[in-house]
Design a binder for this molecule. Structure first.
Ligand code: ASP
Length: 633
């Protein structure tokens, strides 16, 4: 049979592929997702994997699959004996090339769930391109539970499965939207090297020994931070990169040793300039990559760090539901005694008594309350008080006998409690109280299903403290990025009480400085963070001295960048957003491994390629290295 050469041979491929995309190759005229009723009576050739096969002896049916879809193939022993012989040998996941004629399915036999469900291919020729072993898990059943280690070992088979393939396509759409939007806004995409000098982001470096300069190492970038700032000194003005970053950390939860950031930097900007652009970009990218997902609030709410903690108990609040924290000081009649010593003592010591409402949880059992108390204790609270409201509005609380009915009522009212609710109360320092109540708020939200899973709720948190005191090293650690600048009016605070920057104490004015640092959160996850930087050498040196670097250490670590600042650095700022996390949230996943093609395990291993592995002796020799064991303290 001769098949016509077709320039639009992809037919009508599914997904985002345009109709005109030519997906034809010598092995296929169409993809497995392309054929429609209009193609009936035309010849076609498909190539793909055997998805499901039903052998009725004389007639063999199978679905042929590629990433565009499935097409049913029918092989009739009378009509095509050779094709039938080949189809008889074929098993699941064999790779076949099938030529034949497109035919309408018999009335009633259409499959509305398949885009190609009106037609089938009547094979005239079946060619086995590759045989396949029986796969270690079902590829044709997207819901079959499969152990993750097995999925990672056979990731190429896992990616053949529809859910994983769809997530990678979504990720690709996300990255494409990111690129398009940045180009539309005048950004220049620049690749920075992966073999560099250490750029600290608070983690350990991965290092690569140099063969040409024995005894020296490169560091893999924890981020392109210094390089992008140098690009601003170079006059690039608006830079972005989809950058691979490497951080050698103990892997927890959804961390990976290498991950991808959308990294950007802009010149001649104030805090608002960067935040406004990033917000516009995030909205445009979301609408292109996930058009069905509503964005909760535009413009994104902006909370100062203090406000975010006070209202949501988190610096990455999930604002898809309310349940804001409530300060109980005035309901308790402070500064007069509330009658409950624990609360009075905390308030007298400058701490906070605050509450969160748990709607509809008023009848939580004793052990249910104990569980929440345990959660509170795990995060540093000394205890958890509660008030429950019964269906008639009656209040019940173990601390009622201390507070008295009237105060208990004011507490419940302040918390906005309604019949059937539970009010949870924590009394401690501001940090502990808000942190614990924030976690309880998240727990309540999850238990009560308060967060709409479809909604994208972006918000900003900014004005973080510049530093936090590090008692062990007697220094001020940058809370985020060591290059961040303070809000302009706090610049004079970048000093110590004594005026000598090498004599640091927890009482230093530096502890009160707020950074021009902004984080963007999405549905309770930190999506990214950035800052306006210090762009004057002397000010950066001051900040580094407060951070405990001696002048020599500073010049050794950041000499190149400090020198560059002597040659005219523009005011600049930027941000980095986690692409893995963004893709995961758009794909309704909580683990970034689900949107990474080849992620590592918790112990940093690649189960498929068996990495890391011992180098050859020759490699050791060339590098002048020898393994002498690991020193642990
Ligand atoms: N380099 C920072 C990070 O990786 C982001 C930034 O400040 O631009 O978190």
């Amino acid at each position: 049979m001769t098949l016509p050469a077709r320039s639009t041979a992809g037919g009508r491929p599914s997904g985002t592929m345009s109709r005109m995309t030519n997906l034809a190759t010598p092995y296929r005229t169409h993809t497995c997702g392309a054929l429609r009723a209009l193609d009936a009576d035309s010849p076609a050739r498909l190539a793909g994997w055997v998805h499901r096969r039903r052998d009725h002896g004389h007639l063999i049916f199978f679905d042929l699959r590629d990433r565009y879809g499935l097409t049913q193939v029918v092989v009739d022993a009378d009509r095509a004996p050779d094709a039938h012989a080949a189809a008889s040998r074929a098993r699941s996941e064999f790779v076949l090339e099938v030529s034949g004629d497109v035919a309408l399915r018999l009335p009633g036999m259409e499959n509305a769930r398949l885009a190609t469900g009106d037609v089938e291919l009547h094979a005239t020729e079946v060619r086995i391109l590759s045989e396949a072993l029986t796969p270690p898990f079902y590829i044709n059943d997207p819901d079959a539970p499969v152990d993750e280690a097995l999925r990672l070992k056979y990731r190429y088979l896992d990616i053949r499965r529809q859910p994983m393939a769809e997530r990678l396509l979504l990720r690709s759409a996300l990255v494409r939207a990111i690129r398009d939007v940045h180009h539309e806004h005048g950004f220049v995409e620049i690749e920075t090297p992966n073999l560099i000098k250490s750029t600290p982001e608070g983690a350990r470096d991965f290092i690569v020994p140099s063969r040409l300069q024995p005894g020296t190492v490169y560091a893999l970038p924890q981020s392109p931070q210094q390089l992008k700032q140098l690009l601003m000194v170079a006059g690039i003005d608006r830079y972005f990169q989809i950058a691979r970053c490497f951080r050698d950390e103990d892997l927890r939860g959804d961390r990976q040793p290498e991950f991808t950031q959308l990294d950007l930097e802009m010149s001649f900007v104030l805090e608002d300039t960067v935040m406004d652009f990033v917000e516009t970009m995030v909205i445009e990218v979301s609408r292109r990559a996930a058009p069905d997902r509503p964005i909760l609030r535009v413009p994104f709410p902006r909370y100062t760090y203090e406000e975010a903690l006070g209202r949501f108990g988190s610096d990455k609040p999930d604002i898809r539901f309310g349940l804001e924290l409530v300060d109980l000081a005035s309901a308790l009649g402070a500064p007069a005694s509330s009658g409950f010593r624990v609360f009075d003592d905390v308030l007298a010591a400058g701490g906070r008594v605050m509450a969160v409402r748990a709607p509809g949880m008023g009848s939580l059992s004793r052990s249910g309350v104990d569980e929440l108390t345990e959660l509170a204790r795990r995060h540093g609270a000394k205890g958890l008080a509660h008030v429950s409201v019964d269906a008639d509005g009656g209040l019940h609380s173990p601390i009622g006998k201390f507070l008295g009915e009237e105060t208990l009522r004011s507490v419940a009212d302040a918390a906005g409690a309604e019949p059937g609710d539970l009010v949870l109360i924590v009394a401690d320092s501001f940090d502990t109280t808000t942190d614990v109540l924030g976690r309880l708020r998240t727990e309540i939200g999850a238990r009560r299903g308060l967060a709409d899973p479809d909604v994208l709720a972006y918000c900003w948190v900014h004005r973080f403290p510049m530093y936090k005191w590090d008692a062990e090293y007697v220094r001020w650690d940058a809370t985020h990025n060591p290059f961040s600048g303070p809000v302009p009016e706090d610049m004079p605070l970048l000093t110590t009480a004594s005026g000598d920057l090498s004599v640091r104490t927890p009482e230093d004015p530096a502890g009160r400085a707020r950074a021009q640092q902004y984080d963007v959160a999405l549905n309770g996850w930190e999506l990214g963070g950035g800052s306006v930087r210090i762009h004057h050498r002397e000010e950066l040196e001051r900040s580094f001295l407060l951070q405990g670097h001696s002048l020599e250490a500073m010049h050794d670590k950041f000499g190149g960048m400090l020198e560059a600042f002597d040659y005219g650095a523009p005011p600049h700022g930027g941000i980095a957003l986690g692409v893995d996390r963004w893709a995961a949230l758009l794909a309704y996943q909580t683990n970034i491994r689900e949107v990474m093609a080849f992620p590592k395990t918790q112990s940093g291993g690649d189960l498929m390629l068996d990495a890391p592995s011992a180098p050859d002796q020759e490699q050791w020799d060339e590098l002048g290295l020898r393994f002498v064991g690991v020193k642990r303290d």
